[in-house]
Design a protein around this ligand. Sequence first.
Ligand SMILES: Cc1ncc(COP(=O)(O)O)c(C=O)c1O
Length: 446
Amino acid sequence: MSSSKEVILQELRDRTPKSGEYWEQSKDLVPGGLMSGARKMEPYPVYVERGKGAYIWDIDGNRYIDCAMSFGVHVLGHGPAPVLKALQAQAERGMSYGMPHTREVEFTQRLIECVPCAELAMVCNTGTESTLLAWRLMRAASNKPKIAKFEGCYHGWHDYAQWSVTVDPENMGPAERPNMTPGSGGIPDGARDTMLVLPFNENAFRLIEEHAHELAGVAIEPVLGGGMLTVDKGFIQKLREVTQKAGVLLHFDEVITGFRLALGGCQELTGVLPDVATYGKVIGGGLPIGAVVCSKEMVAVAQKTDDGFSVAGTFSGNPLTLTTGAATLKYLQENSDIYDDMMAKGEFLRSGFNDWCASKGYPFCMTGIGSMFQIHAKADLPVLARDLPGQDEEALAELQLHFRFNNVLLPWMHLAFFSAAHTQEDLEEMLRAFRASVEGVMNSRK
Ligand SMILES: Cc1ncc(COP(=O)(O)O)c(C=O)c1O
């Protein structure tokens, strides 16, 4: 370990003694000390006291520009006033009824108004549940057993989804036919038998045609959250043509991109309409949510199958979440110019970082689109999930320490977000912090 890394680690410990105490307790209470593996940090995570707008404060009183935004949840920043006001009023009236209530109508009306492919919406509690539900719907509507997903795409942590999410160069298989690698122990072989992993190249189309008789649908993240890689529009257009011709349903997983990049998400940006789309994160307005949208016809067909089609969920569509969700969608519909603004700010950040790294000859770059971004320890911009491995992992880990040292908070995996609450000054401060962090890593290697 370089001495400058030791110095920074000690400085971070000195700045966050209370977080350190909670961390010691958490490790005894929760596996690995964390409620989600994605919250890892060195020397230990900061424990958050509060968030407001673009900022987060830890329990030791340090303020950070938040570039995690709860993994993309807060497109309006922490605690936007109209959402908080609606939440407080609803909390007085009850938190969960297990009965229909009027916010269901307002929320789903707004969701369907904004999403091009939507005629009906089903609401659940997380993005993971939304893809589980979407894939069951696709199987029921097609009466076929398998789902295809692309290498590198993340669709949540359920047993069907965690195949070939990250690329292991030792075991990735040929580019034309990626290996199916599980992302966790404990996933039954039965789940493997219902999945097919596709490559991001022309061979995907051949595989879809070859397996059309057993494929209910194909799922894709139009922007891969892992790596913040935007899929080529031409590829998505061809995927639509091929699936349509083969009688295979198409699923856009917009859990990250939905209402973050545009009101109509990647459907609006690509002009391509899937059969099914899934949502989460932003549409809950800060509370847990997932949703599946599709045509009326698809649900009708699924319900007519021998076994019918049904879902349930104690908390699905609970009044608190639909209140914060509806208030957020209303705000976004009435202020949709925030998307152009975030697109421009994202370009400012990426070009400011990438041009500077290139001018210095530093082997780092930033990918992303709009308010989604990720820094990589390589000089050339990665395009596909297969371009991601082989980075200087130590440099990436050290970069994290420097981000925190510079009072900018990013998730350990580096995938990052800003919000409409981040001002141009915040973006300039982020850029300064990212450059200083890269300088710090480069200096420790001299
Ligand atoms: C594209 C995509 N699908 C599904 C999920 C799972 O959502 P959740 O974490 O709410 O279960 C995520 C989470 O990051 C995601 O990015």
